[in-house]
Structure formats: C-alpha cells, structure tokens
Design a protein around this ligand. Structure first.
Ligand SMILES: Cc1ncc(C[n+]2csc(CCOP(=O)(O)OP(=O)(O)O)c2C)c(N)n1
Length: 658
C-alpha cells in the first residue's frame, strides 16, 4: 500500500505510527487474557484502528469525541492512563464507572470522551447537543461521533443527522462500515450503494474515506475539521473498512467468507503503514522493535497495577447516593405582589423568569418559537430571548432529548417541551437509558427538564390524554414533578430548572386554563420532595396529585360530614413519604386517587408502603382508585366511565363505612 505522506514531517509520521500501534498491541494482549479467562468479553477493533486514531489525531484535545465499542484507538490517542482503562474493563474502582458499567460504556470530561450506551444510536443525537453548545458559545470546535453501519439503521441516526443539518451543527458523523453488524452483512442492513450517499437526503456534505489508510484518514479528517470549525456544518463520513474478528470474541466469524478475510487481511492498517515507513526510511527495524518493546512494557506494567487493585467492596449507601447529583437547593421566597393567574400562565412565567436568570438555558420543542407552542406557553419568547435560545425542532423526540443530554455535557441547561406527554414514547430510550443513568454510570449529570402536557378529561382519545408518569417513576435516576396548582407549578418548575438532574415535569392540560390562583409575580422556588396538606381532618387521608386532587376536593365539597386530610403529593420522585405516614397514623384510613389506569401505578406503591410501615395504625384496608385498565377512549361518556372521578365518591363512602 502507498501512503501519501508528502505534507507530513517524519516526526509526525512516527507519531501516527505509534498512535496506530498502541491499540493493536493492547488488543493482542487482551486476546491472550481472554483465552486465559482473565477478562470476560472483548469487542475487537483489530483492522479498524486507523479510523479511531486518525480521527482523534485530527481533532483538538478540547473537542469531544463519542466513540463506540471498537474505538480503543480513541481512548489511547487521548492518552488515558492504561491502568485506568484496564481497571474499567475489570470493573475496578479506579476505572471510570466505579464498577457500574463495563467495557467502553463510559465517558470522561477530563479527556473529552463520551462513551456509548449499548443502544448504539443515541449518542448521535448527544453529539448534536454538544455541537449546538459549541455553536451557541462560538467555540469553533467540532464534535466527532462514531457509528457502525448497523447503527445507521436506527431511527436515532436519521433523527440526529436531520437535526444537525437543519441546525447546521458542527458534527462529524463518522460511520465505520466494516461489512457486518454482528452476523448481518451490509446487503441485509441497507439498500443504497454507499452510506455516504444518504448525505444528499439530509442536505449534508459527505465523504468516503479508505478507513484502512491512516494517512488518508488523518489528512482528510484534519482538512474537513478545519473547514467545519470555520464554517459550522455537519459532515457525514463513511470509512470503508472490515471487521477482522468476531462481533465479540466468543461469537467467531464462521459466517464470513474466507475470500473477504483474505482481501482485507492484505489491507491491514498497521502492517502496511509499518512496511511503508521502513521502505521510505522513516523507521528501521531496530527503532520499530524499540517502540514495540516500550509499549509492551507499558501495557504489562499497567495491567499489573489493575490486577493488583482490590475488588470493589459493595456499599448500598454509596450506590444509592450516586443516582442523583447532589443539588444545592436555594430556597428563594418571594416578597412581591401576587396576581391571580391561570396554571398555564404560571408555567409560562417560570420559563420566562428562568430564561432571564440562566444565560445558559435553552428551550427546545416542536412549534415553540414564533408559534408559541400548541398551548401558547412560549408565546413572545422568541422576541424576548431570540431564536438561538428558543428553538423549534423537527419532529424527532429521540434526537431532541439526546440533544438536551449533549447540551448538559457541554455545560448548558435545557427545557424540552414535549408537545404532548404521550409523544415521549418516541423518545423513551434516551430518557430511561441515557438521562436517567448517566450520573450513576460515570458521574455525568443530565441538566434537562422535560415538560409533559398530559392528562385526560378533554376528549382527546388514546394518544393525547395519557398521564404516563408511572413509565418513569419506575426508573431510578429521574425526578418526577406533578403539580396541581399554579403556585406550585411556578415554584417547582423553577426548582426543576435549577436542579442539575433530569426532571419530568407533568402539566395537566385540563388544569391549564381552568385553575387559577394568586401567585407571586416575581421569581421564587419551592423545595422538592415536599407534599402539601391542602385540607386537614381526622377521619381519613386522601392522597392524590395532578387533576385528581381537584376531583377529590369536588367530592369533599359535597360531603361536609367527611373530615379528611387531603395530601397533594406535588411530586412523585422523590416522594414525601413522611407526610403520608404522619397523616395515615393520625387518621387510620387512607384512599389513594390517581388519574392513571390502576395496575402498576403510583397508588399501588404508596399502598404497599403504607401497609408495610403503618399496618398497626390502619382501621381499614388501604383503598386505591384509578382509571380503568384500558386505553383512554375518545367518546365523552366512555372517557367519563374510564376516569376514576365517578368511582372515587363511592369508594370513599365505602371506606368511611368500613
Ligand atoms: C438497540 C440495539 N439493538 C441491538 C443491539 C445488539 N447489538 C450490539 S452491537 C450490534 C451490531 C452493531 O453493528 P454495527 O453498528 O455495524 O457496529 P459493529 O459492531 O460492526 O462495529 C448489535 C446488533 C444493541 N446493542 N442495541
């Protein structure tokens, strides 16, 4: 193989060789350890090193890279101490995830690397967010994100490229086309000639690069990166290469024709470049042997450090304390005048005042800019804050939530407006697997608020009426707020935006324009995890949240004889369990009313907690009331029957007479 090194000094050629050689030598050692049973799993990048190394060398140290499972060369080229990498693979404390995640599933701000999650595609959108932050802060940096050709079949790929193109974000989408996705050959993966051809469809420049030629990778990516820094835009780069080993070592390569192995074996990036350097006199055998000996020693020494490190001693408290970043809550009270406003105005005021307070806050969502959002909550925001910070998005919930994650990685805050809470299912993966788990996995918070206009009672049918909080309260790592009154909505949304952790903020559409309250006109915050006791009585505890609080109050208004504690939870994660126990111990009777269908909802967990902790205080079984276990029907009378409002009164009276 010929390499075009015309414009590269001999020193740089040697640096490039060293960069290329190191991951190869590490991998060869790993394959030995694997056979000895000293490591459990290995995804080989042998034969593909030129891509990781060339791309990383073409980028500045401050520019983020989002690698995949075969990109060891990214990590070594960023000079991560090898013993930390080895400790990571062995699940030891000095790795990057405290033993909580395996292999390359980690990120490190120190080295500006954001590792993958298993689902492959989501990081493509995360790269968009990092690049957006770079663009907004005029940093003139590129972000490089990797995907295999298999990963390009995921919706995340399409969404991320589309957003990057519409917003002209400085992202290099680096697709390593290595012939197979697990056992699936390219002709069963996609049906165009080159993946780079798709660039046209996204309105995006694209290139095909020989992924086994380190000099071509380095030179061309350097040139593209230089140009993108000056003129921000996304570029799709397809690297042609081949996976020379099994998907992971245990699975083998039986399904790969031998001719392919032979052809690509001839193109080995390390051997060919080494031969070239010898032929051109840049390095001789002795020098090459010396470099190899130095690396081999480094690998062995670092392996020893990792093997000698003691295994982690599990500690429950440590684990639980690392689910959320510590939040330094500032209780800001308001002394200003109050004004009677609607729920919808409270949300809007909070957003407006938060935008004024946090220069690094961006609001993103569908139709939220000039149009003001479908509920008109961000009306006038573009005039006040500009289109850079109030961003209309294409219809792509996954990419937008991933973008929000990327903004957080780059030090920004974001509020994402879901047009309807129902549509979060199209962005479910990044919420429950990316936002929720990043802090626990590698200490990276997700400073993101997802606004969720939700709820039934408005005749909107199965897909515009759900209250889907239980999808998320199940997942550790997410905070879930669900106010019932304007005062709480404003104060809690302000706190949600201040909190560096991911918050799902549920706003019941039925309350938007029906519920009014006197609310301070200026900024204030309310603490998380505190329920509010909105009525007090000795006979029974009614626990609820969201619109159902108002339904409970309506029933009580008809039954003056019932003296009830009414607890409005205000948020479900964290849950104010103390307020619940205190009241139940006082009244001895409890009924939990939720709008969601009954099975698997919050009421069930609260009921279980009460049974476990307040059993001796109970005078009657804990009652749960929720919607029917069906989808939400459109017809008004069917919807009324579905909702728990009609059953709550009977259930309450039954409980009182028990
Ligand atoms: C959403 C999802 N589906 C399936 C898998 C299982 N899986 C892991 S890697 C892989 C193949 C990926 O192929 P490609 O993107 O081409 O990368 P390569 O392994 O070839 O480098 C599959 C199917 C997964 N991790 N995530």
């Amino acid at each position: 193989m010929e390499f075009n090194t015309e414009f590269l000094s001999p020193n740089l050629q040697i640096e490039i060789y060293k960069g290329l050689l190191k991951p190869r030598l590490i991998e060869e050692k790993m394959l030995v350890l694997l056979r000895q049973g000293k490591i459990s799993k290995w995804f080989s990048g042998i034969g593909q090193e030129a891509i990781s190394v060339g791309v990383t060398m073409a980028l500045g140290a401050e520019e983020y890279i989002l690698p995949m499972h075969r990109n060891l060369g990214v990590f070594t080229t960023r000079n991560i101490p090898l013993h930390r990498l080895f400790a990571q693979w062995q699940g030891k404390a000095s790795g990057f995830t405290k033993g909580r995640d395996r292999s390359f599933h980690f990120g490190t701000q120190e080295y500006k690397i954001v590792g993958m999650i298993s689902h492959l595609g989501p990081q493509l959108g995360v790269a968009d967010g990092i690049a957006l932050a770079s663009k907004l802060n005029k940093k003139h940096q590129v972000t490089a994100v990797f995907s295999g050709e298999g990963g390009t079949s995921e919706g995340d790929f399409h969404e991320a490229l589309n957003v990057a193109s519409v917003w002209q974000l400085p992202v290099l989408f680096c697709v390593e086309n290595n012939g197979y996705g697990l056992s699936t050959p390219t002709n069963e993966q996609y049906n165009c000639e080159h993946i780079a051809d798709r660039g046209v469809g996204y309105g995006m420049e694209s290139h095909i690069i020989d992924g086994n030629d380190i000099i071509e990778v380095y030179s061309k990516v350097s040139e593209i990166a230089r140009s993108v820094r000056e003129n921000p835009r996304p570029v799709l780069i397809e690297f042609k290469t081949f996976r020379m080993r099994g998907h992971e070592e245990a699975s083998g390569t039986k399904y790969v024709p031998q001719e392919l192995m032979d052809v690509w074996g001839e193109k080995d990036p390390v051997e060919n470049y080494e031969r070239f350097l010898k032929e051109t006199g840049v390095l001789n055998d002795g020098q090459i042997e010396a470099i190899k000996a130095e690396f081999t020693k480094e690998i062995i020494d670092n392996l020893q450090i990792a093997f000698e490190e003691e295994d982690i001693t599990p500690n429950e408290i440590n684990e639980l304390n690392d689910v959320f970043q510590v939040f330094d809550f500032q209780y800001l009270k308001s002394n200003s005048k109050v004004e009677e406003i609607r729920f919808v105005d409270a949300v809007s005021d909070s957003l407006k005042q938060s935008m004024q307070r946090h220069e690094n806050l961006v609001i993103i969502g569908q139709d939220i800019a000039e149009y003001g959002g479908v509920f008109k909550i961000t009306e006038g925001f573009v005039e006040a804050f500009g289109k850079e910070r109030v961003r209309n998005t294409p219809i792509c919930e996954s990419a937008i939530i991933e973008t929000a994650m990327g903004l957080s990685i780059a030090g920004m805050k974001s509020v994402v407006e879901l047009q309807f809470a129902d549509f979060i299912s199209s962005g479910f993966n990044p919420v429950v697997n990316y936002l929720a788990k990043s802090f626990y996995r590698w200490g990276q918070h997700a400073d993101v608020v997802l606004r969720m206009p939700c709820g039934a009672g408005v005749g909107a049918g199965p897909f515009h009426s759900q209250t889907n909080e239980a999808w998320f309260t199940k997942t550790p790592g997410l905070k879930v707020v669900y106010p019932a009154f304007p005062y709480d909505a404003k104060g809690l949304l302000n706190t949600s935006i201040n909190d560096p952790n991911p918050v799902l903020f549920f706003e019941h559409k039925g309350l938007y324009r029906t519920i009014k309250q006197e609310v301070p006109t200026d900024y204030y915050t309310l603490p998380f995890g505190k329920a509010s006791l909105i009525r007090s009585g000795e006979q029974v505890t009614i626990i609820s949240y969201g619109a159902a609080v108002h339904w409970a109050l309506e029933v009580l208004d008809r039954h003056y004889e019932i003296k009830a504690d009414v607890i409005d939870l205000r948020m479900i994660q964290p849950l104010d369990i103390e307020a619940i126990y205190t009241s139940v111990k006082k009244t001895g009777r409890v009924i939990i009313l939720q709008e969601d269908s009954l099975f698997g909802g919050i009421a069930s967990d609260i009921s279980a907690l009460i049974s476990e902790h307040c059993f001796e205080y109970l005078d009657a079984p804990v009652k749960r009331v929720g919607s029917l276990d069906t989808p939400i029907p459109f017809n008004k009378r069917l919807e009324e029957q579905y909702l728990p409002k009609v059953r709550f009164e009977d259930a309450l009276l039954e409980l009182m007479n028990y």
